[in-house]
Design a protein around this ligand. Structure first.
Ligand SMILES: Cc1cc2nc3c(=O)[nH]c(=O)nc-3n(C[C@H](O)[C@H](O)[C@H](O)COP(=O)(O)OP(=O)(O)OC[C@H]3O[C@@H](n4cnc5c(N)ncnc54)[C@H](O)[C@@H]3O)c2cc1C
Length: 413
C-alpha cells in the first residue's frame, strides 16, 4: 500500500497544498488539531450574527485568489473605496484610502482632507503611487527594506497625516500599530489596495477555506487530531503513528518551530470586539479609521452594511479591530468609550456579541523580511504557511501551492 503525503494543519496554506496535491493525482491526507478547517480564517455563527475570528478582509488583487478559487462562488461583497477618518469626534470622509494615491487628489480638490493632511502629503501620495504602480508586485518584495515608520517619513508624509490616516490604515492591515513592519510589506499591500478592493464573502470569511476543502474527497481531512511530533516519514498523533511518503508542516510559524525547529517566528497579536446595534452608526460601506489615538480600536467596520448576512434582519454588526491588544473587560469598556466619543450615547445600548483575542494573528514581519523562504528543508520535511511567504491570505495560499509543487517534483525524482 502506498503511503500518503501527510499535511499537518488545515489552514489556508495546508488546504491549498492539499488541493494542489489532489489535483496532481497524489494521495494525501490532512491532519488538523482543531474542530474545523480555515485556521486563522474561520467564521462563527452566534445569535444570527456571522463573526469572523477577528476582523479581516480579502484583497481582490491577490493573485492567488484568482488562481485558486471560483471567485464568483465566494460572492464577495466589497467595501467602498473610501474611509471615514474620525478626528476630534468629527468624521472626515476620504475618497479612497485603499487606493489613496490615486484618488486623494480629487478628495483634496473637494476640500475634504484639510483636517487630516497637508498639500505636501498629497504630493507624497502621488509620488508613492507613481513608484508603486509599474513594478511587478513580487519585485516590491525585493525593494529596500526598513521599518514602515521610517519609510513613511522618508517619503515625505507629515507626522499628522501618518497618525491620522496611515497608521490606522496600514497598522490595521499589518496588525502593527507601531509601524515597525518591513517597508516591503507596506509597498506590496499599498499596491494591492491600488489594484483592487477589500472584500468579504457574503457568508463570512470562513467561506474561503470552505471552498478549498470542498475540492477534497470526503475523509481526506482528519479534524481534532493534534500532531505531537513529526519526522521525515511519519507524524505522531494521540492514537498512534501515521506513516507518510512525505510530511508537510502547514501549521502557524510558532508551532512549526516547535515541531521541526528552525527559525523562530514572532507574533503580531490582535483583538476584536463585536457589537450588535439596532442602528448602524454610519450608513455607507466604508471602513472607519481612528484618526486620534483615543482608544484601543484602530479601525471599525459596520459589517452588515458591507454584507447584510453578517447580522440578522433589523440589526447591525459593528466590528472594532484592536491590533496589538488582548481583549479584557477593561478593553471592551475602553473601546465602547472610544466609540461613544465618535457616535454619542447610543453606543451605550450596544450589546457585546463576542470578543476574540488572537495571540498569533500574523507573523512578525519586521526587517529584514525574506519572503519566499524554502519549502523543502534539508532534512526532507516540507513546510508551508504565511511565515514562508508574507503574513497574509495571499502568502499562505502561495506558500501552500508552491509547497505542493515541490512535493510533486520530489516524488517524481
Ligand atoms: C484577526 C486577523 C486579521 C487578519 N487580517 C488579514 C487581512 O485582512 N488580510 C490578509 O491577507 N491576511 C490577514 N490576516 C492573516 C491571515 O489570516 C493569515 O496570514 C493566514 O490565514 C495564515 O494561514 P496559514 O495556513 O499559514 O496558517 P493558519 O491559518 O494558522 O493555519 C494553521 C493550521 O494548523 C493547525 N495546527 C496548528 N498546530 C497543529 C498541530 N500540532 N497539529 C495539527 N494541526 C495544527 C491550526 O489549528 C490551523 O488550522 C489576519 C489574521 C488575523 C488573525
Amino acid at each position: 500500500m502506498t503511503r500518503p503525503v501527510v499535511v499537518v494543519g488545515a489552514g489556508l496554506a495546508g488546504l491549498a497544498c492539499a488541493v494542489e496535491l489532489h489535483r496532481s493525482g497524489i494521495e494525501a491526507i490532512v491532519v488538523e488539531a482543531s474542530d474545523g478547517v480555515g485556521g486563522r480564517v474561520r467564521t462563527d455563527q452566534v445569535d444570527g450574527f456571522l463573526l469572523d475570528r477577528g476582523f479581516q478582509v480579502m484583497l481582490t488583487a491577490y493573485p492567488e485568489l484568482h488562481r485558486q478559487f471560483d471567485v464568483d462562488a465566494l460572492d464577495l461583497r466589497a467595501f467602498d473605496p473610501g474611509a471615514v477618518v474620525m478626528r476630534g469626534g468629527r468624521p472626515t470622509v476620504v475618497a479612497d484610502p485603499f487606493r489613496a494615491p490615486r484618488d486623494l487628489v480629487s478628495t483634496v480638490a473637494a476640500g475634504t482632507v484639510r483636517r487630516i493632511g497637508t498639500p505636501a502629503d498629497l504630493i507624497a501620495l502621488a509620488r508613492l503611487r507613481f513608484r508603486l504602480r509599474s513594478p511587478h508586485p513580487a519585485r516590491l518584495l525585493m525593494g529596500s527594506d526598513r521599518p514602515t515608520a521610517d519609510h513613511l517619513n522618508d517619503l515625505g508624509f507629515s507626522a499628522g497625516f501618518i497618525e491620522a490616516f496611515l497608521r490606522p490604515l496600514v497598522g490595521g492591515i499589518q496588525l502593527d500599530p507601531t509601524l515597525t513592519t518591513s517597508s516591503r510589506m507596506f509597498d506590496v499591500i499599498m499596491r494591492m489596495l491600488l489594484d483592487g478592493d477589500a472584500a468579504v464573502p457574503a457568508a463570512g470569511m470562513g467561506a474561503i477555506p470552505a471552498q478549498l476543502a470542498s475540492r477534497l474527497p470526503e475523509g481526506m481531512i482528519h479534524l481534532g487530531a493534534p500532531v505531537r511530533s513529526v519526522s521525515k516519514e511519519a507524524v505522531r498523533v494521540d492514537s498512534g503513528e501515521v506513516k507518510a511518503s512525505r510530511v508537510v508542516v502547514a501549521t502557524e510559524g510558532p508551532e512549526a518551530n516547535r515541531l521541526i525547529g528552525g527559525r523562530e517566528v514572532g507574533s503580531r497579536r490582535v483583538g476584536c470586539v463585536y457589537f450588535a446595534a439596532d442602528e448602524a452608526p454610519v450608513d455607507r460601506r466604508l471602513i472607519v479609521l481612528a484618526g486620534d489615538a483615543d482608544g484601543p480600536a484602530l479601525n471599525v467596520a459596520v459589517m452588515s452594511n458591507v454584507a447584510p448576512r453578517y447580522a440578522p434582519p433589523g440589526r447591525h454588526l459593528v466590528a472594532a479591530a484592536l491590533p496589538g491588544v488582548t481583549v479584557s473587560s477593561e478593553t471592551v469598556e475602553a473601546t465602547r468609550s472610544q466609540l461613544r466619543g465618535w457616535w454619542g450615547p447610543r453606543v451605550d445600548s450596544w450589546e457585546v456579541v463576542s470578543t476574540y483575542s488572537i495571540t498569533h494573528g500574523q507573523p512578525d514581519q519586521s526587517t529584514p523580511l525574506h519572503p519566499r523562504r524554502p519549502v523543502r528543508r534539508e532534512d526532507g520535511i516540507f513546510v508551508c504557511g504565511d511565515h514562508r511567504d508574507t503574513g497574509s491570505i495571499q502568502g499562505a495560499l502561495h506558500s501552500g501551492r508552491r509547497c505542493a509543487e515541490a512535493v510533486a517534483s520530489d516524488l517524481a525524482a
